[in-house]
Design a protein around this ligand. Structure first.
Ligand code: FEO
Length: 384
């Protein structure tokens, strides 16, 4: 893959992974990106997942065309990128390893060695000259681990952005960028909005023509679009006007209420209505939708004097990612002592800038005239 005259792609596509990072379904696989910068000195940017060591080293060898690499730059120590560091060091024993002090500590934990004889420790603003290309390192703690650095090459105006601007999906998947980048961002980095904002501020001072992330496609055009989405996501602002109804239903009565509410919202002119059955959908997709839209309806049953487990899991995903700045409504169902709304509201207690609707819906087993009237009032309020 052509990136610039001197920068070559040597990453791999993974269509075998069952769950990325042990929890995310990736129907179109995953890409572990790696790059090589060919200059008077040669730098390799990160390695790839353990299962692709041979393929990666073969791609690297082809690009090297008989030369030897001088540096391996390790931007991030999560094993999807770091697993082949030892493999690389054994294959190219003369090459130095360039990384943050924290990353070398992690190498000791992962590999039993911190490569003391090969270390080049870099921090904020440090540079490494390859000849024409001078790399500047920028610390990016918690995007997505504490040791992360990103790297700017001023010669070709390339930002190597580590996990930032990554997405789910192999590079041969033909799919919308934003959909799988959003699910990836919210799921994996969503908790660290403040740190992403800090990185965006540093990046704003750089003249960037190309973004080379560790997952997903290399971004070469319309960079303002991608940076704008990252700004929206990391500042916890809704991306779109719309309502997500997230629900669980045991015997179908709560589901019926949700279906009627969705119909009323659509008839009432709500811009966009999305419905997710939390027991059956991809939980990461539902979490992504909650952060995407401006309004959220939580509908669930009372269960063990608490709420249905999938709803508890969902709300936990939201609160641990700093869910805020949204409108929230509750629909509760309970046959003898409904208390789901109270439990859900308590779970959101620490969430900032949540506006709760005045209308709520209480179903005592199945919809009746009273609860239907509450649905009407809620739909009217949400569409207002
Ligand atoms: Fe792609 Fe945080 O590793």
């Amino acid at each position: 893959m052509f990136i610039t005259n001197d920068i070559k792609y040597i990453g791999v596509n993974d269509h075998e992974v069952d769950l990325f990072e042990g929890q995310y379904v990736v129907p179109n696989g995953m890409a572990y990106n790696s790059y090589v910068i060919m200059d008077e000195k040669i730098a390799v940017m990160d390695t790839v997942d353990a299962r692709f060591g041979e393929e990666w080293l073969a791609k690297l060898e082809k690009e090297l065309d008989g030369r030897l690499p001088d540096y391996l730059v390790v931007q991030h120590m999560e094993p999807d990128h770091s697993a082949n560091i030892l493999n690389f060091a054994n294959t190219y024993p003369e090459a130095k390893i360039v990384s943050s002090a924290k990353a070398f500590g992690m190498m000791k934990n992962f590999f039993g060695t911190d490569f003391a004889d090969k270390q080049v420790v870099v921090g904020e603003g440090d540079t490494l000259s390859l000849g024409k290309h001078v790399l500047t390192f920028v610390t990016a703690p918690m995007v997505h681990w504490p040791e992360v650095i990103v790297t700017y090459d001023s010669a070709d105006k390339v930002l190597f952005s580590a996990d930032g601007f990554g997405k789910f999906g192999a590079l041969d998947a033909d799919e919308d960028w934003a959909c799988e980048a959003r699910r990836y961002y919210i799921g994996i980095v969503g908790k660290y909005g403040a740190q992403v904002q800090a990185l965006l501020k540093k990046a704003a001072g750089l003249d960037i023509a190309v973004i080379c992330p560790l997952h997903g496609p290399v971004l070469t055009e319309n960079l303002g679009y991608y940076i704008g989405l990252y700004n929206t996501w990391s500042s916890y602002q809704p991306e779109e006007e719309g309502v997500l109804i997230a629900y669980t239903s045991v015997y179908g009565n709560t589901k019926k209420a949700v279906e009627e509410l969705a119909e009323k919202l659509e008839k009432g002119g709500c811009a966009k209505v999305v419905v997710n059955d939390l027991a059956r959908c991809d939980m990461a997709e539902a979490v992504e939708d909650a952060f995407r839209y401006s309004k959220l309806v939580l509908a669930t049953t009372t269960y063990n004097a608490d709420i249905f487990p999938f709803m508890r899991e969902f709300i936990n995903h939201l609160t641990e990612r700093n869910y805020s700045n949204r409108t929230v409504a509750f629909v509760e169902n309970g046959t003898w002592a409904p208390m789901a709304a109270k439990v859900m509201k308590a779970m959101l207690e620490k969430s900032k800038n949540i506006t709760y609707t005045e209308s709520g819906v209480k179903i005592m087993s199945a919809l009746n005239d009273e609860s239907r009237a509450q649905l009407d009032a809620l739909a009217a309020e949400l569409c207002r």
